[in-house]
Design a protein around this ligand. Structure first.
Ligand code: 6PG
Length: 242
């Protein structure tokens, strides 16, 4: 499979390049549609990008925060203050340092009593925001797990075949096991999708993705991210690049 890759010396230069690309898409979205909807990624890799967005006066102040709406492509089913929460990571790195209206921060409602109820409520929040016709994120950030998962879509998961629901609860072989994740119909509706991948431990999975023949569905969830009307860019550091 051919990946449209951009390779950088380290996570800092990768993060800056990805942020500048995102801000360009953000300006275009606001100019064309009056708002920008971003699906954020969790895990560790995007943290530096979020912190750069908050710390760099140019990036922070040129962002029209009133017109930016943030969602999470997946979330761990833990309280929002839990150290494992993607929302908490983002709040500490970015949200608590920028003037984004609270109403524009669409965190997954993981305080609801069950993962099923949380997924259903988040699904409804997306439909309320986009209208039930079709989701269309302007930018989606994604990470890559060593076995090829992305968001919380793991290999062989039945969630990969979900065609109707936009958010589903999943149990995964990772900590914590209970998560909510966007499904492929949502992830493949994004206008711009950026994978942020850093570290030598991602080299094998990148090789495996590249070795797959085109024209057949990938055996890896990350390889199933193929928006019909959107671009997918892979921002890699040297350590991950093959
Ligand atoms: C999560 C992420 C997950 C992550 C990958 C890569 O909730 O953990 O959504 O898909 O992006 O596991 O994680 P790292 O960036 O920590 O390597």
């Amino acid at each position: 499979m051919k990946l449209d890759t951009r390779i950088f010396p380290n996570i800092d230069t990768l993060s800056r390049a990805a942020l500048e690309e995102l801000l360009s898409d953000l300006r275009e979205a606001i100019a064309q549609r009056g708002r920008c909807a971003i699906a954020l990624s969790g895990g560790h890799t995007p943290e530096k990008m979020y912190a750069l967005w908050a710390a760099n006066e140019k990036y922070r102040d040129e962002t029209d925060w009133n017109r930016v709406h943030l969602f999470w492509g997946d979330e761990r089913y833990v309280p929002p203050g839990d150290p494992l929460s993607n929302y908490r990571m983002t709040r500490e790195a970015l949200l608590s340092h920028v003037p984004i209206p609270t109403a524009n921060v669409h965190a997954a409602p993981t305080s609801l009593p069950t993962p099923e109820q949380a997924a259903e409520a988040y699904d409804q929040e997306l439909r309320k925001f986009f209208g039930s016709s079709a989701p269309a994120f302007d930018v989606t950030l994604l990470g890559l797990g060593p076995e090829g998962h992305t968001a919380s879509l793991f290999p062989d998961s039945s969630a990969l075949e979900e065609k109707k629901r936009w958010v589903v609860p999943v149990q995964v072989a990772a900590v914590p096991p209970n998560r909510l994740t966007f499904t492929l119909p949502v992830l493949n509706s994004s206008r711009n999708t950026y994978f942020l991948v850093a570290g030598e431990n991602k080299r094998p999975i990148l090789s495996a993705l590249r070795a797959e023949p085109d024209g057949r569905p990938s055996t890896y969830p990350a390889g199933r991210i193929r928006p019909a009307n959107g671009r997918v860019l892979w921002f890699l550091d040297q350590a991950a690049a093959v």
